[in-house]
Design a protein around this ligand. Structure first.
Ligand code: CA
Length: 268
């Protein structure tokens, strides 16, 4: 078993790799400030000590098309929030290490990342205190997942032009993926995908033209550190290909031997 620090390091590494890859690709517009490429995913940091809830959020939000990092206590959470480049934080109020409000106060000294507080507290004073400390919105537990997503989208919209360009429908040739309705189609023909296949396709599509390694796919889609004994990625790619490409004339998903996979429309 690796310790938690190590488990947290992998998403950071893959993010650095990804950012490096994005900047090498002249198809993307590089803005002077750190900014996400048009098609790439919004990055969320979930700071929540209830492990089951944290995993539920990780899974649900990943499937909704976000890149999700999780911290289980205030200390790791603050560290990741300060070091990382997140589009939004989901912050639990009661946390071991550093509580939510103290974390928020520390964060706000240097960063204005939008923060959605998740809290079981219902007192008006607590809410006022949180908003004064710099929370952008509140959601009381327990909450409906659909409301959470709506609040996240609202905050990301408010956060500025960088987020307004986030498309909800991604396209490549005759492939269309609707992130909100979670539907994929080619030539208007619906593709029946599992949740994992949908996540895999979305990731490849957001980063179309870029070769993604098995390691990266495993860490992004399955949230696991790559174990060379497992062929989970290959199996999922095969299944995805059987639905995405086999019934159609023009393949979009290509294997790059020894490197990984790329989604692109290649000239015949
Ligand atoms: Ca808690």
């Amino acid at each position: 078993m690796h310790d938690q620090k190590q488990a947290l390091a992998e998403p950071q590494l893959s993010r650095l790799r990804r950012e490096a890859a994005v900047q090498q690709d002249d198809k993307f517009v590089i803005l002077p400030t750190r900014s996400r490429a048009h098609n790439s995913a919004m990055k969320l940091l979930v700071i929540e000590d209830e492990v089951k809830l944290a995993e539920y959020l990780r899974k649900g939000l990943s499937e909704a098309g976000y890149v999700v990092e999780v911290a289980h206590d205030g200390i790791d959470g603050l560290h990741l929030a300060l070091e990382g480049d997140h589009d939004l934080l989901l912050l639990d109020g009661m946390l071991p290490g550093i509580d939510g409000l103290s974390l928020l106060a520390a964060l706000r000294r240097t960063k204005q990342t939008p923060v959605l507080m998740l809290t079981a507290r219902v007192g008006v004073e607590d809410r006022v205190l949180g908003l004064q400390t710099g929370a952008d919105d509140y959601l009381l537990k327990p909450f409906a997942f659909s409301e959470l997503v709506a609040r996240i989208q609202g905050l990301l919209r408010r956060a500025g032009p960088r987020h307004e360009i986030e498309p909800t429908v991604l396209r490549l040739a005759d492939l269309e993926v609707d992130l909100l309705r979670r539907k994929a189609s080619r030539a208007t023909q619906r593709l029946e995908l599992t949740a994992k296949e949908f996540s895999l396709l979305t990731l490849l599509l957001r980063r179309q033209g870029e070769v993604l390694s098995r390691t990266e796919l495993a860490s992004q889609v399955w949230d696991m550190n790559f174990d060379s004994e497992t062929n989970v990625v290959e199996v999922a790619i095969r299944r995805l290909r059987s639905k995405l490409d086999v019934p159609f004339d023009r393949p979009l998903l290509h294997t790059v031997r020894g490197m990984g996979y790329v989604l692109e429309d290649r000239p015949a």
